[in-house]
Design a protein around this ligand. Sequence first.
Ligand SMILES: NC(=O)c1ccc[n+]([C@@H]2O[C@H](COP(=O)([O-])OP(=O)(O)OC[C@H]3O[C@@H](n4cnc5c(N)ncnc54)[C@H](OP(=O)(O)O)[C@@H]3O)[C@@H](O)[C@H]2O)c1
Length: 375
Amino acid sequence: MTRQGVAVLGSTGSIGTTALRVISRQRHRFRVAALTANSNAALLRQQETEFAPAYVGIVNSDEQRPGGWHSGAECLIEAATRDDADIVLNAIVGAAGLDATLAAVRAGKRVALANKETLVVAGALVERACREGGGEIVPVDSEHSAILQCIGTRPRSDVRRIILTASGGPFREWSEQRLADATVADALRHPTWTMGRKITIDSATLANKALEVIEAHFLFGLPYDRIEVVVHPQSIIHSFVEFVDGSVVAQMGLPNMELPVLYALTHPDRAPDDGVEPFDPVKASPMTFEPVGYARFPALRLGIDAGKRGGAAPAVYNAANEQAVALFLGGLIRFGDIPRAIASSLDKLGDMAGETREELLAADSCARRLVMELF
Ligand SMILES: NC(=O)c1ccc[n+]([C@@H]2O[C@H](COP(=O)([O-])OP(=O)(O)OC[C@H]3O[C@@H](n4cnc5c(N)ncnc54)[C@H](OP(=O)(O)O)[C@@H]3O)[C@@H](O)[C@H]2O)c1
């Protein structure tokens, strides 16, 4: 079998390191063509030694950058468009991952997409770039991987609606008053998933679920009124698809990103992998479901409404959220300020033009600036 080359963007993060673990068990199928990081040179060096990629890039390089490494934001595009990369695993966090996705699909690559912000900021542009360049997006997010697996080869017209599951995050049972002053340590204590810091905060505000609703809208071509969310605290069922005849298909597995990462690399095939812990339905019991607390988690409704509004609104939502999360993680604002910052940004900037990449990036910058001015 010819091994497929994988460019791993964001290789030093939570998904990036998970992907390298998966690839190291699947070396007969995959080889690492390229690795990139933002600034973690020490881990990147270890990964270079272990996987011997032809290309290594670090965006924010310092004097310690070894000879032969590429630097600056251009390295993401170079890594994403290399001839020896058949698949680009985009595990960058935030809107910083957008240009690499666009470049990869324009170059006809499969993008295994963890960087959901790409589709939130510029879903329509990514769709067009896929059509023009022949590339494709295969989701890494466990919910979207689940939906893809449930739909299988059925036409979209067979799908009545999809239901994304949400763990509910660490604050599922907290009151509104207590939530306003939740600390960074509280918010980073996710009950079921171990992930990077930004997505962990997004899971606490439920902004993550809003990003996923928008992601699902673009990936599966469904209107927003056919995408629903339900809280499932055990994170075993990763999502449901209801077909037009009323039959509901769900995909399940332990909360471990190795499986969706592997599936994104092999889709529609399945690769034997004995590294994933076997599923035991008895241990996974009981499985429970609850309605979402939209009133306590305003970031969710704000995001879904921004998705429906379209144009630059989802990009504004995303940028305001990224900036507010960074301020919260830095101890500069309160937990309850995150949705407030998003709401103000959407009020003031939600109608900005948002057709081209340049317009979307302008909306992104304005939203970040506005959030900085608010506090
Ligand atoms: N973690 C999960 O379980 C999970 C599940 C589903 C979806 N996702 C999505 O996957 C993406 C990555 O999440 P994560 O949890 O793996 O994040 P993470 O642990 O923070 O890792 C982010 C990666 O991106 C790199 N990076 C950060 N800023 C960058 C920039 N400006 N330019 C280029 N590279 C940059 C980081 O490099 P340094 O290490 O050098 O800073 C790191 O390699 C997010 O979009 C998230 O929503 C994650």
